[in-house]
Design a protein around this ligand. Structure first.
Ligand code: NAP
Length: 284
């Protein structure tokens, strides 16, 4: 039976460290600040934004919320980003995705000052990550690396398979595993013989977005299984990509959903905000 990787416990530890660092920075006259921008009234986005604000409060990070109506124009949104880029008490800017139809998300991300890009989605930061010389890492893949570290799971020399190639999860995840000397294969919707490839994985990361997508026949006995998926099952219950009941008995480690990767994402956002504040104030 696999060991369940406890994302709540690991994220609590990261948040503790962040809170201590924030307190120390405040003594030096620096209070890290995060601006969260939400456009429209997507209920899931509202929950994410509320959770981010609460996490800031709990760790002493100053936060501002900008809730804009769904009719906001591209120009208005870009003007707000420009204002935040120049605001001295704001060190990190996060524009909650997805934006309402008609707004160009890529252009908004590119308008964020890379030094304040705590999501690490700006092309400058993506390039730095590719080069292995970075300040920020995208929160979800960074959170996964933190989980592996917390459980002493070495990546070096391991066969790693990532299912999914999105810019926010799959691609940066593959890059981080590569930086840690994993041998990495990235699979996607056009991959042929997917189970044959995933069965070779010693570390399998699934970021697909389909419930019960990863079944036991796709998993090598003893594999470490990381489930990024956040899906709803037929009863509306939150679940991952992995058929947990089938896979838990054969894996060595597994992340549950909820309580695995999810809690790490916000913890890493807080960490990135502190890094951004230090960079901008020369305390880094
Ligand atoms: P995405 O942009 O929709 O990407 C999904 C990826 O899965 C794509 O690369 C797609 O391939 C691939 N895929 C789809 N069907 C497939 C199939 N049948 N076989 C193999 N690959 C297939 O999603 P995302 O933003 O990366 O998110 C993935 C999941 O993680 C979602 O459930 C999301 O909610 C969750 N998520 C969780 C967190 C967290 O904090 N826990 C953070 C971010 C995302 P193509 O590229 O060929 O289309």
């Amino acid at each position: 039976m696999a060991t369940r990787i406890d994302g709540k416990a690991v994220s609590a530890k990261v948040r503790d460290e962040v809170a201590k660092e924030v307190a120390a920075l405040k003594e030096q006259g620096l209070c890290p600040g995060l601006a969260v921008v939400i456009v429209g009234d997507d209920p899931a986005s509202r929950i994410y934004v509320n959770n981010k604000k609460k996490a800031c409060q709990a760790t002493g990070i100053y936060s501002e919320e900008y809730a804009l109506p769904a009719e906001t124009t591209q120009e208005e949104l870009l003007a707000l980003v420009d204002k935040l880029n120049h605001k001295g008490d704001i060190h990190g800017i996060l524009v909650q995705s997805p934006l309402p139809k008609g707004l160009d998300e890529a252009a908004v991300v590119e308008a964020i000052d890379p030094k304040k890009d705590v999501d690490a989605f700006h092309a400058y930061n993506v390039g730095k990550i590719m080069l292995g010389d970075y300040h920020f890492l995208p929160c979800t893949p960074a959170g996964i690396m933190e989980l592996l570290k917390a459980y002493d799971i070495s990546v070096e020399g391991k066969r790693c398979v990532v299912i999914g190639r999105s810019n926010i999860v799959g691609k940066p995840m593959a890059m981080l595993l590569l930086h840690q000397n994993g041998t990495v294969t990235v699979c996607h919707s056009r991959t042929k013989n997917l189970p044959e490839i995933t069965r070779q994985a010693e570390i399998l990361v699934s970021a697909v977005g389909k419930s019960r997508f990863v079944t036991a026949d796709m998993v090598q006995p003893g594999a470490v299984v990381i489930d990024v998926g956040m899906n709803r099952d037929e009863n509306g219950k939150l679940c991952g990509d992995v058929d947990f009941a089938q896979v838990e008995p054969i894996a060595s480690y597994i992340t549950p959903v909820p309580g695995g990767v999810g809690p790490m994402t916000i913890a890493m956002l807080l960490k990135n905000t502190v890094t951004a504040a230090k960079l901008q104030s020369q305390l880094g």
